[in-house]
Design a protein around this ligand. Sequence first.
Ligand SMILES: Nc1ncnc2c1ncn2[C@@H]1O[C@H](COP(=O)(O)OP(=O)(O)OP(=O)(O)O)[C@@H](O)[C@H]1O
Length: 311
Amino acid sequence: MQKVLTKKHIQNNPFAESLKSIPEVVLCGISGGVDSIVLLHSLVEAGKKPIVLHFEHGWRKDETLDSKLVEELSKKLNVEFIKKKSEKSFPKTEAGAREERFRFFIDTAQRKNCYNLVLAHHADDQVETFLMQLLRGTGTKGWGMDKISSFGKLTIYRPFLDFWKADIIAFAKKNLYCWREDETNDNALYLRNKIRKELIPFLENRFSKSVKKSLWKFCEILREEKKWLMQLTQEIASGPSLRFSDLEKAPIGKQRLAIGLWLKKRGVADISFEDIESIREMIGKKGKKKCNLSRNLAVIFKNDELVLTHQ
Ligand SMILES: Nc1ncnc2c1ncn2[C@@H]1O[C@H](COP(=O)(O)OP(=O)(O)OP(=O)(O)O)[C@@H](O)[C@H]1O
């Protein structure tokens, strides 16, 4: 039985403070897991008007139970509920699932003309994501999620980033909230689960019980320093074009960041290190005017400017 909320309840909600900067009307991604269920209750308690978005990925048999739970809770809390089922047969990777989910978020944002989205990522997610990116060899992109970030026209809020999952669960239990456990969270085939179930416990047992805290602190420091690095990068990558002569003078790190930023602004996200290096190679070889990238893309240098084109 879901608990009925009272106004005075928010005073005992440890997450209340973190919700203050969130706009009144906001889209929220609610999977039915404990984190997003606590987020939804907390948003309503804080007087916000969340529009609940739930995406059914179609990769678990019991997924309809998740959407039922989220739909019923939305009804009980008197908030709008919007659901979409995946049209693809089986996105088996976490990245594929996220991509589909975000397409739904963006479509709904356009339809509702509401470009604020709140997600329930927490401190454990931050640490796990950081370790995942570290193992994959990503650069600044892996330096931690921001509490507020943009994705196209969307502004994404992550008010739980400073809270540990254990505290979120304790709060949910204390308040008798209902949520769903995602059985794929135990599947050791997924890198994130291996990190959560094997790598982190190993590090805690062999090195220090406070390893998660240290990693969280590391992310906190890095993501602020990244903002400063991106500011420096904007010096050459903020205009409509990226100039060969500016790139030539910049240190290697700034060249890489500027090229990545320039491509991102043109809708090419997650460009590989190898592609960036192919573009950089042209800086050294003055005669080379074109390089082919993955995804059938190409970059040419034309009148001192970088131009993105197709192969
Ligand atoms: N199927 C979904 N529909 C809507 N939003 C989702 C869905 N899955 C995840 N989200 C949102 O994205 C955030 C991060 O996703 P992640 O996969 O880490 O969450 P989860 O562990 O599946 O669920 P939860 O965070 O609710 O326990 C979630 O906290 C939630 O806000």
